[in-house]
Design a protein. Structure first.
Length: 275
């Protein structure tokens, strides 16, 4: 009689033992973009450095720093005050239309022939200039889309790329043009260009879900109410996630969280999740 009571108690005790509760996640493949990031500066493709064509004094200054000028418009004049020289005042003309972004004299200033006196920049021909490491040149394609981040986000595309890296820096110059020419940017603005070099379908899991035993790596698969330690092959790291190359496939479930220690082959209960 005592044995019967003990057996019944043991059965009831076993039945009352609660299986460990686990949280699971499905294995999903997704498209992952590989991005290249380069520091960039906004430059004008059309800029003219105006040199003094003669020595003399600047007179009759018609335009100031920041003013707009037309092509061949007169900015001022250079006049030689020496009575020995009976030249007419020589006009300082802008060879392009744009804005005066640098002026290195004032009315009455003495200038020497051949010195840089004015810079005129066309604000309508702005591009982002970046230096691309030699190893990344093959990943870029003319016309490829990118984003320029400088406080705001601007859509750009690859306009030009030097195929030959500089021997000292081992980088090539690349130019990105703005897709919307009306975007409010100015020359000198600095930021970063993000270029999507490739898109690949990958299975990624958070690294903390991996179990490492020596040189081997495992994921805890949820299978028919039990834990199955499955050896996996890993690939690239994307931030805090690791690529799974083999071992689990899309549609499988892996255990992502559990309140108790679980072993390979343990029976478990899948926790209900609320959306």
């Amino acid at each position: 009689m005592l044995k019967l009571i003990l057996i019944v108690c043991s059965v009831n005790l076993m039945a009352s033992v609660k299986k460990p509760e686990v949280f699971t996640e499905p294995i999903k493949a997704k498209d992952v973009q590989k991005k290249l990031v380069f520091p960039g500066t906004v430059r004008s493709q059309k800029q003219s450095l105006i040199l003094a064509e003669n020595s003399g004094v600047v007179t009759r200054l018609k335009k100031q720093l920041g003013y707009s000028v037309g092509k061949n418009e007169v900015i001022g004049y250079i006049e030689n005050p020496d009575p020995v020289y009976q030249y007419k005042p020589l006009p300082i003309r802008s060879p392009i239309a744009g804005r005066i972004t640098d002026m290195r004299f004032f009315e009455g200033s003495q200038v020497e022939k051949g010195t840089h006196i004015v810079t005129v920049t066309d604000p309508k021909s702005l591009v982002v200039e970046v230096q691309v490491p030699a190893k990344d040149i093959a990943s870029l394609k003319i016309g490829g889309p990118a984003e320029f981040y400088a406080g705001s986000k601007y859509t750009v595309k690859l306009l030009g790329l030097s195929p030959t890296p500089d021997a000292s820096s081992l980088t090539s110059m690349a130019l990105f043009s703005f897709v919307d020419p009306k975007q409010n940017v100015t020359a000198g603005l600095q930021g970063s260009v993000e270029y999507v070099s490739s898109v690949r379908r990958m299975i990624l899991v958070t690294e903390s879900n991996l179990i490492r035993k020596g040189q081997k790596v495992f994921l805890r698969k949820y299978q028919d109410g039990k834990v199955a330690f499955i050896e996996v092959t890993t690939g690239e790291r994307i931030e805090d996630q690791i690529e799974i190359l083999s071992g689990l496939k899309e549609g499988d479930e892996f255990i992502s969280k559990t309140a108790k220690h679980i072993k390979d082959g343990d029976e478990v209960t899948k926790a209900e999740t609320t959306n």
